[in-house]
Design a protein around this ligand. Structure first.
Ligand code: BG6
Length: 491
């Protein structure tokens, strides 16, 4: 095995999917708090007014807020060097535009980071993992308003100042490219990513399936641009507050292949990879929009006069120190509209006849991870890379004695870690790996508990039952060996 000796092994979570305590200690409502659950066939529903009779998964999630000591101790038992988590913006600024931060919210993360350090675990903190305060959606249309750039920068500065001696690794926005996926018409992408909704949806009296939320491409691209500016300003502020900070971006890297050697498929796939993945990566790593973006904007009637000279300077000055991404699956792209379709992480594509898929239709492709790491290294040769999400959502069976034999999850991870090892051997500067959902949590896409990712099982179910107790699956002991052997012992 070839992993560097200081390689960071660990796991990744998001506040809204695990903390719960959704109004405790002064926290305000944020976007996920308005969403009900769905399943593989039923999209999540947005319910504008929190209904006391409805089940909102994020409200209690897995109650990490009250279990963090126990959970971090179990992470340490696995031998982790890093724990990726997000700060819930609404705990720090409950309405997003408050004059002063909420001290109780700040104090919570002090305790969490102290607990990590007690166990020798380095926190890797995402500032915004879909947790845009709800008030920013209703009052500002999320990042469509330039005022939200200031609100985010103030929030980022508050966190950097407060935790400058406790956190070294930061990410600005989780999966900043999701508003570009699937043609960008996904309500989930607009709402989760940008906090952007149209007035008629915000004011709806009845539940709306996320797939039916209205899209306005001009507003979407302006909002994304404002988010790029907010991210770049945060990077600059962070480096000023502590020059030792390492601040990264985060991309949902949906790698796609041409379905056939038809040159039309090749070109269509290249266009898709450019728009879905590289546009955001280039802005954040190279500090400027790539040329192909402008043709895309033109063809989609996007008026880009919002990209000012002053903004261009900010983007140039706010490039990231490392590139991080999530990797779960790959899809195929074709111009043949009759090709069989298959789902994926916030995305759709054509079915690949060579790959098997999970129960949620996500195609399993370890070789694609090696390919992706090499592509990224070719594109950004001087930038260290980190895989900050990778995992297998599955139904787990608890045996009579309480054990959980999740060999399918072990098999998934084993092959993906082997692929990373090959990529390191290829010369890719990979610095770390955090698996997604190392402890079962609420699914972002479907809102389910039943879609489990963890090495640690949580007794909590989609009907709202369960006592939140934690237990170790077989994969827990397997990943422990991986971390402790620096990837040498894959069982
Ligand atoms: C990523 C997100 O898109 O995929 C996570 O960053 C999410 O928040 C993960 O949970 C897995 O997706 P899902 O829909 O299975 O929860």
């Amino acid at each position: 095995m070839t992993f560097p000796k200081d390689f960071l092994w660990g796991g990744a979570t998001a506040a809204n999917q695990c903390e719960g305590a959704y109004l405790e200690d002064g926290k305000g409502l944020s976007v996920p708090d308005m969403l009900l659950g769905g399943d593989v066939d039923t999209p999540r529903t947005f319910l504008p007014k929190t209904d006391p009779n409805a089940f909102y998964p994020s409200h209690e999630a897995i109650d990490f807020y009250h279990h963090y000591k126990e959970d971090i101790a179990m992470f340490a038992e696995m031998g982790w060097g890093v724990f990726r988590l997000s700060i819930n913006w609404g705990r720090i600024f409950p309405n997003g535009d408050d004059a002063e931060p909420n001290e109780a919210g700040l104090a919570f993360y002090d305790k969490v980071f102290d607990e990590c350090h007690k166990h020798g675990i380095e926190p890797l903190v995402t500032l915004c993992h879909y947790e845009i305060p709800w008030n920013i959606v209703t009052q500002y249309h999320g990042f469509y308003s330039r005022q939200t750039i200031d609100l985010f920068t103030k929030y980022a500065r508050t966190c950097f100042e407060r935790y400058k001696d406790k956190v070294k690794y930061w990410l600005t926005f989780n999966e900043i490219n999701i508003p570009l996926m699937g043609g960008g018409h996904s309500g989930l992408g607009n709402l989760y990513g940008l906090g952007l909704m149209q007035d008629e949806d915000i004011n709806s009296e009845t539940p709306i399936p996320l797939s039916d939320l209205k899209d306005n491409p001009q507003m979407r691209f302006e909002a994304l641009h404002n988010q790029f500016v907010a991210s770049a300003l945060a990077v600059q502020a962070g480096h000023e507050i502590n020059p030792d900070f390492k601040i990264g971006n985060m991309i949902a890297h949906i790698t796609t292949y041409p379905l056939t050697p038809n040159p039309k498929d090749i070109l269509e796939n290249q266009r898709n990879m450019h728009i879905s993945n590289d546009l955001c990566g280039d802005v954040q790593v190279r500090g400027a929009y790539p040329d192909f973006a402008f043709r895309y904007f033109k063809e989609n009637q996007i008026d880009v006069s919002y990209i000012t000279e002053a903004d261009k300077e900010i983007l140039k000055e706010g490039t990231v120190d490392f590139y991080t991404f999530s990797y779960y699956m790959t899809n195929c792209i074709t111009v043949d509209e009759s090709a069989e379709k298959i789902g994926g992480n916030m995305s759709m594509g054509a079915k690949n006849p060579y790959l098997k898929a999970s129960d949620w239709g996500w195609q399993i492709d370890p070789d694609g991870l090696r390919y992706t790491l090499n592509l990224l290294h070719d594109r950004y040769p001087d930038t260290p890379l980190m895989v900050v999400e990778n995992g297998f959502g599955a139904f787990d069976q608890v045996e009579a004695d309480g054990s959980i034999h999740d060999d399918y999850r072990i098999a998934y991870f084993k092959e993906h870690i082997k692929a990373m090892d090959e990529a390191v051997e290829d010369g890719v500067p990979l610095i770390g790996y955090t698996t997604w959902g190392p402890i079962d949590l609420v699914s972002a896409g479907t809102g389910q508990y039943a879609k489990r990712y963890g090495f640690i099982y949580v007794d909590r179910h989609d009907d709202g039952t369960g006592d939140f107790s934690r237990s170790r699956k077989d994969s827990f002991y397997w990943y422990q060996k991986v971390c402790q052997s620096n990837g040498a012992d894959l069982g």
